[in-house]
Design a protein around this ligand. Structure first.
Ligand SMILES: [Zn+2]
Length: 310
């Protein structure tokens, strides 16, 4: 009889401990067993939050690395984890279209903080169903990320006032790193001849980046990813723009299907220079496994692709 109970208990413990992480970003909390449980929606926000929380809070993420955060479908495991969280941080501006339903189902409306709260968004400047909506990709500009960091810091202090010194200190250090990243990007962009600073991407996700660093956005496949019905005219217009503006290279997106941009490349002869990390980090060790590394990898790819190495 006693052995039976031990086996049941052992089985329970094994189930309770089995990690659910599909990728290197934990979707089980990874540190500080006694700290507040903080859940972020996707990997970029996970990294920003980890930078501020340090080892003091348990931070985990919902959308696995490499998966599109716009259209993610939460699992029953996500619902359970959100129900147990002390704080849930999401990007907002309509990025996570699945988020409100999840939070309602978990009954956690009072534990939610929107990371972009202090950001004034650009509104989507395009025809069609997304016209005038906020563009959610504010994190593509490090100066906007500074505002995210402020909001995340304040949210952590609210739920864990005793950790205030740690969060303030971490946020300050990360601010400095963001400022250094910003100066580095400015230097690197100078290497690209001004007439080549033109962007064609899978998703219209680089407005914040382009405004900050002086690029012209020539066109895209998806206005807000992954768009279901792309007007037939858009592809033809894009091909014409790439030719007329003598765009040097096109950039696909790690979380999105590259097929249509590849067609633009075939039609125009402008090569696909590589994949940008926008809505997701890379797997650990793959060169873009933190916000800072992701932005550096993107900028290096842009400099290379747009003739900044000649
Ligand atoms: Zn996106």
């Amino acid at each position: 009889m006693r052995i039976f109970y031990l086996l049941v208990l052992l089985g329970y413990l094994l189930t309770a401990c089995s990690p659910e992480a599909i990728s290197g970003i934990p979707n089980q909390a990874d540190t500080a067993a006694d700290g507040p449980k903080v859940i972020t929606t996707y990997s970029v926000l996970y990294d920003l939050t980890r930078n501020v929380a340090g080892e003091r809070a348990e931070v985990s993420s919902l959308v696995p690395v490499g998966v599109d955060p716009h259209t993610y479908e939460p699992t029953p495991g996500d619902l359970r984890r959100v129900s147990e969280a002390d704080l849930i941080i999401y990007n907002g501006f309509g990025l996570e279209v699945w988020f409100n339903k999840l939070i309602e189902a978990a009954g956690k409306q009072d534990k939610v903080v929107v990371a972009s709260e202090f950001v004034t968004p650009y509104l989507i400047d395009a025809e069609g169903p997304f016209a005038g909506l906020p563009d959610p990709h504010a994190w593509m500009d490090p100066s906007m990320v500074m505002k995210y960091v402020e909001r995340i810091r304040d949210a952590l202090i609210d739920i864990d006032p005793q950790g205030a010194d740690v969060y303030i200190e971490n946020a300050k250090r990360f601010y400095d790193e963001l400022a250094a990243l910003d100066s580095w990007i400015r230097q690197e962009v100078q290497k690209i001849p001004p007439e080549n600073r033109k962007l064609v991407t899978t998703e219209n996700a680089l407005r914040y980046f382009a405004e900050a660093y002086g690029f012209e956005i020539v066109g895209w496949i998806y206005t807000l990813a992954p768009e279901e019905d792309i007007p037939a005219r858009r592809l033809a217009d894009l091909i014409e723009q790439v030719r007329n503006k003598e765009v040097l290279a096109l950039f696909v997106d790690v979380t999105l299907n590259p097929r249509m941009l590849e067609r633009v490349s075939e039609e125009t002869g402008a090569p696909i220079a590589g994949s940008l990390y926008i809505d997701s980090l890379s797997e650990p060790g793959d060169g873009a496994d933190s916000y800072l590394a992701m932005m550096r990898a993107n900028v290096e790819l842009l400099v290379e692709g747009l003739g900044g190495r000649q």
